[in-house]
Design a protein around this ligand. Structure first.
Ligand SMILES: *Cc1c(COP(=O)(O)O)cnc(C)c1O
Length: 357
């Protein structure tokens, strides 16, 4: 028997969540598969969404080429754009859609494309206030003209990205929408403003193309959206050791947990080298044979410990869910002081099992 630690990926849930995203958004929606689909396996997710998704998005060209190699021929947007002229050339040959956030990238595209590349779809990134990447104010019009002057470019989509769309009470998203509208006034072409939180919480921002990431994986980016997203990944392992400790005994590295009562401790085959967050504190939720339980002691590289005192039926071989349908990944992330994006995309070393009806 091999180590009983695995991430099962429910591709039906992925398809269901994509359908919700598309219904909410109205227009077309790119499924964001960067960072190996937030740890879920980009090629498998792309295949599962084939025929359903309008296209995909990844962070950089190599991620897109890996999908092309896996036989995905649908549109793929490269969100960071190319890093140099030769890469631009490669991206054009593979029919990738490149985002342009810097004028060099437009020059590379002009250089790399020939008349026979006709039909290039470029995406022009507008900095509407996040101040991470993109053209500002009057630069937008100039960049748009430069793109349209490239004979092979047939379509320019205007895009921007929100800094605080997951905060329904912040006025920053409305300000960004306004700033985007001002910078792009009079320019032709489709618009793309929304990430998951944008398309869920800001109906006025929806426009032509959404770019949905985290919601596809069933983690709700909003505090209380009421959306019926289904978790896609279940991170699971088993109890591989049990010990009974008297009150006052330490557990694990640093002795950060001292048993407050006689305690039955379960050892679980899962650690931070698998992507489980090392700084998850005592009390972080887990499910033990379907019952709510909690982490105790520090997470080690390959193992972690849970409190079995109130789970008398549990023992060697009991199932432990670290996150999934019973333990929301966002709750684990919050306990560990981070966000679901980070812990999902950190999953590694465990076997990944894709399931589909
Ligand atoms: C990652 C990313 C997205 C997807 O964001 P989610 O919050 O995961 O929906 C959309 N647009 C851009 C530019 C991104 O980098």
């Amino acid at each position: 028997m091999s180590r009983p630690a695995y991430a099962s990926i429910d591709l039906d849930a992925l398809r269901g969540n994509y359908t919700i995203a598309r219904q909410m958004h109205g227009g077309r929606v790119l499924a964001v598969l960067k960072a190996d689909a937030y740890g879920h396996g980009a090629a498998a997710c792309a295949r599962a969404l084939a025929g359903l998704a309008d296209g995909y998005a990844v962070a950089f060209t190599d991620e897109a080429l890996a999908l092309r190699q896996a036989g995905i021929d649908a549109p793929i947007l490269v969100l960071e754009g190319a890093f140099d002229a030769p890469e631009t050339h490669t991206a054009v040959r593979h029919g990738l859609w490149l985002a342009m956030h810097r004028s060099d990238q437009i020059a590379w595209l002009a250089e790399a494309s020939t008349a026979s590349d006709a039909g290039i779809h470029a995406w022009l990134k507008v900095d509407s206030g996040m101040h991470r990447a993109g053209f500002v104010g009057a630069e937008v019009k100039a960049a748009h003209q430069a793109l349209q002057a490239i004979p092979a470019v047939s379509q320019v989509t205007l895009m921007t990205h929100f800094a605080r769309a997951d905060e329904p009470h912040s006025d920053m998203t409305a300000m960004q929408m306004q700033s985007f509208d001002t910078a792009t006034a009079g320019l032709p072409g489709p618009r793309s403003l929304c990430n998951s939180a944008g398309l869920m919480a800001w109906p006025d921002a929806r426009h032509d193309w959404g770019r949905a990431g985290i919601m596809l994986y069933g983690a709700d980016p909003l505090p209380a959206s009421g959306a019926t997203l289904r978790p896609v990944m279940t991170l699971r392992s088993e109890i591989i050791g049990v010990r009974e400790l008297a009150a006052g005994e330490p557990v694990g590295y640093g002795a950060t947990f001292i048993t407050p009562r006689p305690t039955r401790v379960g050892l679980v085959a899962m650690g931070y080298a698998d992507g489980y967050p090392r700084n998850a504190p005592n009390g972080t939720p887990v499910a033990i044979d379907g019952q709510a339980g909690r982490l105790i002691g520090r997470v080690s590289m390959d193992m972690l410990t849970v409190d079995l005192t109130d789970h008398p039926q549990a023992g060697i071989g009991s199932n432990v869910e670290l996150w999934g349908a019973q333990v929301p990944v966002s709750d684990v992330a919050r306990a560990a002081g981070t966000i679901a994006y980070e812990i999902l995309s950190n999953v590694k070393r465990v076997r990944r099992i894709h399931t589909s009806s």
